[in-house]
Design a protein around this ligand. Sequence first.
Ligand code: DC
Length: 228
Amino acid sequence: MKHFAIAIDGPAGAGKSTIAKMIAKKLNIIYVDTGAMYRAVALYCINRGINCRDKESVEKILDQINIKILYIDNAQRILLNNEDVTDRIRTQEISQGASDVATLQAVRIKMVELQRNLAQNASVVMDGRDIGTHVLPNASLKIFLTASVEERANRRYKELIQNGIDCSLSKIKEEIEVRDKNDSCREFSPLRKAEDAIEIDTTGKTIEEVVNIIISLIPKQFDSINNN
Ligand code: DC
């Protein structure tokens, strides 16, 4: 069977990871969270006191970074130099750092290679910012998820509070706006809807509604996957 790929792009907090995870589970295929890779690079830099926007310093240490993706009980775990950092990359500092290292071309080249290898070996639901435009231009289905800034800030706030991370809603909204700008205005592979992507505004929609819309959009020739 030909490998199948769903590309889900969109701004921070649009619901990509929650929705992509559910689709992967329903279709029994792999979920690849590409943001986690940029987050792991940011963690490495921050731990060494390297400014995530400092191109020369980040490029110098890029060879020291080895990122691996593992699947344990169907959940993605991310290893940074063989250490599981999955639970340490969800802070606001790392979010901003990831957005910063993601502006650097050398970092993107390294991450994209990893991402394409994963999609070559298995059927995937991959989420990020440039999956439909750059990483998997021939993806079987491309989705661009959006939601209002207010809704995205609210969701991120609830998620962080649930994870026991103290935060302020207005600060999160500000940080999302900064990240939107950073991710959309960068020179290399900016956040952009692919021409052949289907845009879904998730504002006011439940997760299940969005998942069902996406599943209904899967091209007919992949119906056997849909029946898993
Ligand atoms: O999806 P996320 O919030 O975990 O992503 C963290 C940052 O990584 C995001 O602000 C931009 C960057 N990113 C990217 O540039 N390209 C991707 N494919 C995924 C994430």
